[in-house]
Design a binder for this molecule. Structure first.
Ligand code: SF4
Length: 427
């Protein structure tokens, strides 16, 4: 028997639930998982953010989940309950994102429970191999299940060296407080810690329309027309990295996962099956840029000075995300960004600027400073929503995520969600 890990890549050109059902049913069969379709089944999608105008391509589409649910319904072996569990981006109630993504409509045609992780009954698991986390608290439905299915959205992400796929989906296991804790130069170790509990039995990735090129929540979608299936997160992500023309060894959470014994990154150890070859896909994606670069190399109206530590997953990455949000969704503003000088990290050198912004609690200038206006945004790193708000209040730049409907989600609805959790004892 071959010791190679298997990844199945199937062509699927449209969000047609019937076609998705057939493909995922064949995938479950290919991986010999039909016997697992019973008991407590949990599906974890990517619903980090969903918005028809500024984030239409950032989440696993409900039609995709609908096709998978049909496949599970037809293949089930006995009584089963199906839960879709997710925690969206920090500082927003997941219930709002589920609604915006159209997940509540799934309940009309399928017997399924939609569960925001923060509203679930929680369980804490001690980690034996954690480097950043000693334990992780998440939904019981994710931990105590018979069959765990991940349904990521294939996207580029400049906070994680260019790729968001199955391994990074584990960030949705963390509740807000722990999610932002060590979301800095330690982000990659943090992601690998989560592999101890976040190891799905089956992965079916929505790569029908992917998003690539800027901020993973605001970038525009591109048609790739694929469903990628696997039963091993590392092998799955190695193939996804190659689809994006990325070297998996340079994606630090994958490199660290290999070093910590979770799997190997060589393509030769993976059997790729399906109806479209990796070469054909790579020919199609040739020239598609992931947008991953150093923040001080971005060519824009602001001057960015970077010091140590360089936090790809922290201030540097979050500010790069903030810039990309404007580039992706406000091209006119992008061309006319006001000429602030932005310092991130401990910058060694003198700085002379009209308007100076320092981002990050640890950030400072180790040299002489001459500036007419000087502002600072704290946080390690600042959360995306805080950066959007404070950059508006301190510089007047209106990021596309600064919208009334999202502000209502992020403040009044978040408050209601806390009240609900307090009343139900599920804080
Ligand atoms: S404050 Fe920012 S730059 Fe400093 S360690 Fe934290 S994330 Fe990194």
């Amino acid at each position: 028997m071959s010791s190679k890990k298997k990844v199945l890549v199937r062509e699927c050109l449209r969000y047609d639930p019937q076609a998705i059902e057939k493909i995922t049913r064949e995938g479950l069969e290919e991986f010999g998982l039909n016997h697992k379709i019973q008991g407590k089944i949990t599906i974890k999608p990517n619903v980090v953010v969903a918005h028809p105008k500024i984030a239409p391509s950032a989440f696993t589409r409900p039609e995709f989940i609908s096709g998978l649910l049909q496949a599970l319904q037809k293949g089930k072996n006995g009584d089963s309950t199906i839960v879709i569990a997710e925690k969206c981006g920090v500082g927003i109630p997941t219930s709002r994102m589920f609604r915006r993504a159209g997940y509540h409509k799934l309940k009309k045609n399928h017997q399924v429970k939609i569960l925001p992780t923060e509203e679930s009954r929680k369980k804490t698991v001690s980690l034996r191999r954690g480097k950043i986390h000693e334990n992780i608290t998440t939904a019981r439905e994710i931990l105590d299940r018979d069959f765990l299915i991940y349904t990521p959205k294939l996207k580029s992400n400049c906070l994680t060296h260019g790729l968001t796929a199955a391994v990074k989906l584990n960030m949705g296991l963390f509740l807000d407080k722990k999610r932002m804790w060590n979301h800095n130069f330690n982000l990659d170790e943090k992601i690998v810690d989560s592999l101890e509990i976040g190891s799905p039995d089956f992965i079916a990735t929505d790569a029908i329309e992917i998003s690539i090129g800027g901020n993973h929540i605001t970038q525009h979608g591109r048609q790739l027309g694929l469903i990628i299936m696997a039963d091993n997160v590392i092998a799955h992500d190695v193939v996804c990295a190659h689809i994006f023309h990325l070297d998996p060894r340079k994606i630090h959470h994958l490199r660290l996962a290999q070093e910590r014994g979770y799997g190997l990154l060589n393509l030769e150890g993976i059997e790729i099956k399906g109806d479209v070859s990796l070469e054909e896909i790579r020919t199609k994606t040739k020239g598609w840029k992931t947008g991953f670069k150093r923040v001080d190399q971005v060519d824009c109206g602001m001057k960015i000075l970077s010091g140590e530590p360089y936090c790809t997953g922290g201030c540097h990455g979050v500010f790069l995300d903030w810039l990309y949000m404007i580039k992706d969704r406000k091209p006119k503003l992008w061309k006319n960004l006001p000429p602030w000088t932005v310092v991130i990290g401990k910058y060694k050198g003198d700085v002379q600027a009209e308007r100076l912004m320092i981002i990050g609690s640890c950030s400072e200038i180790q040299g002489k400073v001459k500036a007419r206006k000087r502002r600072k945004i704290r946080g390690c790193p600042p959360r995306h929503k805080d950066l959007v708000l404070w950059m508006f209040l301190k510089t007047g730049v209106l990021n596309p995520l600064f919208r009334l409907d999202l502000i209502i989600d992020a403040y009044p609805f978040l408050f209601f969600s806390w009240c609900k959790r307090l009343l139900t004892g599920r804080f």
